[in-house]
Design a protein. Structure first.
Length: 197
């Protein structure tokens, strides 16, 4: 299976590449490194990525920039970081990618526990996550040719301890459980699901 991983240089992306590369053909994409360079806030950049990659069987996105900071600092400009990044970036990966994905292929997007359990400093991420999850449910009944779409929604992950102080009392999501969630989306029959980890 040819799997395109967007955000492959990040914490989640690197781990998934390592777990899947012995079983499948992995194409890595990122904003600064990878087989293909892509800026998911740019439609032209996404189109260029797909032109380089060609057809594929599964896309996994672990990228999604949002604004992290105190409520008092939020304004229109900062809020658009999550709107243009985590929300529209992932939406456009699907809207454009549907013309390149093979029949029976899949899209797996990233959201998170902040959708359901907000934390201070993360209002932008909570909003973007909720929008992406709504998009996943809506797209699932519209995509053609047996193409599936899901979202994976982890809590704070164990390999990102610098975020632990922002999530008091929350048990970190293990990398192995995160991997299982992505595998469920990529290889299982589910579509339109938010897979909570």
């Amino acid at each position: 299976m040819k799997i395109l991983i967007v955000g492959a240089s990040g914490t989640m992306g690197q781990y998934l590449v390592e777990q899947l590369k012995t079983e499948h053909e992995i194409v890595t994409a990122g904003s600064r490194s990878g087989d293909v360079i892509v800026d998911i806030t740019s439609v032209a950049s996404i189109e260029n990525m797909y032109n380089q990659v060609g057809s594929f069987d599964a896309l996994v996105c672990t990228a999604g920039p949002t604004y992290v900071g105190p409520w008092e600092t939020l304004n229109d400009e900062k809020f658009r970081i999550g709107v243009e990044g985590k929300m529209m970036g992932q939406v456009n990966l699907v809207l454009i990618g549907q013309h390149y994905v093979n029949p029976g292929g899949s899209f797996t997007l990233i959201t998170g526990a902040l959708t359901y359990t907000p934390q201070r400093n993360f209002a932008n991420a909570s909003a973007a996550n909720g929008a992406v999850e709504g998009f996943v449910r809506g797209a699932a009944i519209e995509l053609n040719r047996g193409v599936r779409i899901n979202a994976v929604a982890p809590g704070v992950i164990e390999n990102s301890p610098h975020y632990f102080p922002y999530f008091p009392g929350e048990a970190p999501t293990t990398m192995k459980n995160l991997e299982y969630a992505f595998r469920k989306s990529i290889f299982g029959p589910a579509t339109g699901e938010v897979i909570k980890v």
